[in-house]
Design a protein around this ligand. Structure first.
Ligand SMILES: Cc1cc2nc3c(=O)[nH]c(=O)nc-3n(C[C@H](O)[C@H](O)[C@H](O)COP(=O)(O)OP(=O)(O)OC[C@H]3O[C@@H](n4cnc5c(N)ncnc54)[C@H](O)[C@@H]3O)c2cc1C
Length: 336
């Protein structure tokens, strides 16, 4: 049977949400293989976790997300992330149990580990993908990951010539779904050697926030662009309007880079991803890198002084107006 391996991470002692997102995506791939071809199309989905322990609830949730086999690569030295130790542990399992596809999370640790693993395996890695599909090429099923390229001006679908085919995926790009079977295999792979030789030792660790707000549950987002810069008080006013109305405040990278708002508010390819019910863009041009983070919002409303602004192509409602004026009017109504 063919196999898709999903590298899963623990976060604060439980399996990370991204792990379930990737497992659910692997299940979609498995199903699409059956639609694309009638031969040799059965894939086993294997979730691989490197840790000293795993909670039974996490394993159960992984099965429900689509995992057929849960592998715990187990060692006491795997309670804290040390790249050399994790690399060796993954390879110890993978050399004995190879698969033709490996999906990694594009988290800080995933980004450290994935290229090291693919270097060991002499294979390629498509990093920071925004989509994963199977396609039929020369009658063979091939993984077709898509990612932004050329300063994120274009989307490229990249087919790997080497095996295994590997990709990293950013958190929250896919949705975790828990409607699958409730049973699967469980394998404990115990390492047979010691890591006393590890050249890097962690003396202490601090859990810091990544700095990017979580927009996954946002209903309404009021997002600020450089178009407001002629009246900089608009940034604070829009933030205040968000607070009063219970909306979330967002922004483009340009205003973040200029220091008008904090990095935690950045939405887009290098910021947060959102599928909010309503996204209101104030003075935002619609650069592809910004669009990548918000194009799947259910209703997009844009206010721009330029009738030809690119963002209008993605908008359900287009308002050609001075966004500062609109913000001023709303602000005075809400605060008077
Ligand atoms: C590798 C890479 C990654 C990137 N990642 C991101 C990312 O994650 N998120 C992101 O946002 N950007 C990202 N960018 C930057 C992106 O390319 C754009 O530069 C940025 O999104 C533009 O921000 P903006 O729309 O606020 O500004 P501008 O492009 O300058 O647009 C301002 C808009 O405001 C309009 N306007 C002017 N005055 C008014 C007014 N009074 N009322 C109404 N409208 C007005 C103008 O017509 C214009 O359309 C990235 C770039 C690169 C190269």
């Amino acid at each position: 049977m063919r196999k898709i391996a999903v590298y899963c991470e623990k976060e604060n002692n439980v399996l990370s949400e991204t792990s379930y997102e990737l497992i659910s995506k692997a299940l979609e791939l498995k199903k699409s293989a059956k639609e694309l071809t009638t031969e040799n199309n059965d894939f086993l989905i294997e979730a691989i976790v490197l840790s000293n322990s795993i909670d039974a609830n996490d394993v159960q949730k992984a099965y429900q997300a689509g995992c057929d086999r849960f592998v715990l690569v187990k060692d006491n030295n795997l309670d804290i992330f040390i790249q050399t130790v994790f690399l060796e542990a993954f390879m110890d399992y993978f050399y004995q149990n190879p698969s033709e596809i490996i999906i990694f999370p594009a988290t800080p640790k995933g980004r450290i580990l994935a290229p090291r693993i693919t270097t060991k395996l002499h294979t390629g890695l498509v990093a920071d993908c925004t989509n994963l599909e199977f396609i039929l090429k020369d009658n063979e099923l091939k993984l077709a990951p898509t990612r932004p390229t050329f300063g994120a001006e274009l989307m490229a679908t990249i087919l790997s010539k080497s095996f295994p085919q590997c990709a990293t995926i950013r958190p929250k790009v896919f949705k975790a779904k828990f409607d699958n079977q409730t049973k699967g295999d469980f394998i404990e792979h115990i390492l047979k050697y010691s890591y006393d030789e590890a050249r890097l030792k962690i003396l202490s660790s601090i859990n810091e926030k990544t700095g990017i707000s979580d927009y996954s549950d946002a209903k309404i987002i009021l997002s600020a662009g450089y178009g407001l810069a002629s009246d900089k008080s608009s940034y604070d006013k829009l933030k205040k309007i968000s607070e009063i109305t219970g909306a979330k405040f967002g922004a483009t990278r340009k205003v973040v880079d200029l220091g008008y708002v904090g990095k935690e508010y950045q939405i887009g390819q290098t910021g947060a991803y959102t599928e909010a019910d309503v996204y209101i863009a104030f003075g935002i041009s619609g650069a592809i890198q910004h669009i990548a983070g918000m194009k799947n919002c259910k209703k997009i409303i844009s206010i721009n002084s330029d009738t030809d602004a690119e963002i209008f192509k993605y908008s359900d409602y287009k308002i050609v107006a001075d966004a500062n004026e609109i913000i001023n009017q709303i602000y005075s109504k809400l605060t008077s």
